[in-house]
Design a binder for this molecule. Structure first.
Ligand SMILES: Nc1ncnc2c1ncn2[C@@H]1O[C@H](COP(=O)(O)OP(=O)(O)OP(=O)(O)O)[C@@H](O)[C@H]1O
Ligand SMILES: [Mg+2]
Length: 274
């Protein structure tokens, strides 16, 4: 039985012809994969996303930081259309997010999402949790879905747990299963919304290790996290939001060493001060 995430070079995505270099990691980034253009969203009278522009290239790891209520989760949720936007455009791999129907379902599949609460199905084994969507949404044959699921569970370090039920696993293990479940849909981009916030401190590292491995394997990632080590050392870019606006979009080095806005300086002193 294994219980620690390990590195694998499998599933390295191919980079496209349009490549740029990441400022910090010197990693080659592919073409633009996710693009938000002038996105606005209101909840009733509350203007929660104010002209948000965001471009994420293939292979890029973007960490979103910002005070509570600044719109980080809402931004993530609009990218796979869990939330509608009121104006602006969201493009995934050059295609505009459709309003609804089959086309929307297809685009949604290309975006994997991992939340703070892992929401595994309690009545299904770990293996069945991971194979459910590939079998029923992608219509993958059972054998293939199970083979891929076992590979993914191995990749996130919980392959010894495949026949267990979620309640028999620790929080960190369940969150790693949630990552495997999202990867099972072969997403082009992975969104993480505070994936370690609900975990006991000793389990945070094992989930961050899986995310770091994914990043090194070339996965495109948008992560909301308060883990500053991950933000500093794994992110290619920090996007800092406050009051529904993107205030800074910089390399981690630049953001942490030379924050440009007062809001970012204030945020950093709070978060790094304890
Ligand atoms: N379903 C909703 N209905 C009404 N208002 C909402 C809803 N979801 C979020 N909001 C409001 O929208 C704003 C942005 O919320 P959001 O959850 O995106 O912030 P966040 O940056 O993720 O914050 P946190 O760090 O606390 O998770 C907040 O003012 C929040 O209260
Ligand atoms: Mg949030």
């Amino acid at each position: 039985m294994t219980d620690s995430p390990r590195t694998s070079s499998a599933n390295m995505p191919q980079t496209g012809s349009t490549t740029v270099q990441s400022a910090t990691t010197k990693k080659k980034l592919g073409p633009v994969l996710v693009q938000l253009q002038h996105v606005n969203k209101w909840y009733g009278d509350l203007h929660v996303l104010k002209d948000v522009n965001l471009t994420v290239r293939k292979g890029e790891v973007v960490v979103m930081l910002g005070p509570s209520g600044s719109g980080k989760s809402t931004t993530c949720r609009t990218i796979n259309r869990l939330e509608r936007i009121d104006s602006g455009t969201i493009l995934i791999d050059g295609k505009k997010l459709p309003q609804e129907g089959k086309a929307l379902q297809k685009l949604r599949q290309s975006v994997g999402m991992v939340f703070q609460s892992y929401n595994l199905f309690a009545h299904l084994t770990i293996l069945d949790n991971v194979t459910l969507a590939p079998r029923h949404v992608l219509h993958m044959p059972k054998d293939q879905a199970q083979k891929e699921a076992l590979e993914l569970l191995h990749r996130v370090g919980v392959d010894g747990q495949a026949q267990k039920y979620p309640a028999q696993l620790s929080g960190g293990q369940q969150q790693r299963v949630a990552i495997a479940r999202a990867l099972a849909m072969h997403p082009q981009v992975m969104l993480f919304d505070e994936p370690t916030s609900a975990l006991d401190p000793e389990m945070v590292g094992e989930v961050l290790n899986v995310m770091t491995d994914l990043a090194h394997q070339g996965m495109t990632m948008i992560c909301v996290t308060h883990e500053m080590g991950f933000a500093r050392h794994v992110a290619d870019r920090i996007v800092f939001m406050a009051d529904g606006r993107v205030l800074e979009s910089e390399s981690p080095e630049e953001f942490f060493e030379h924050p440009k806005t007062e809001r970012a300086r204030e945020f950093q002193s709070k978060i790094l001060g304890h």
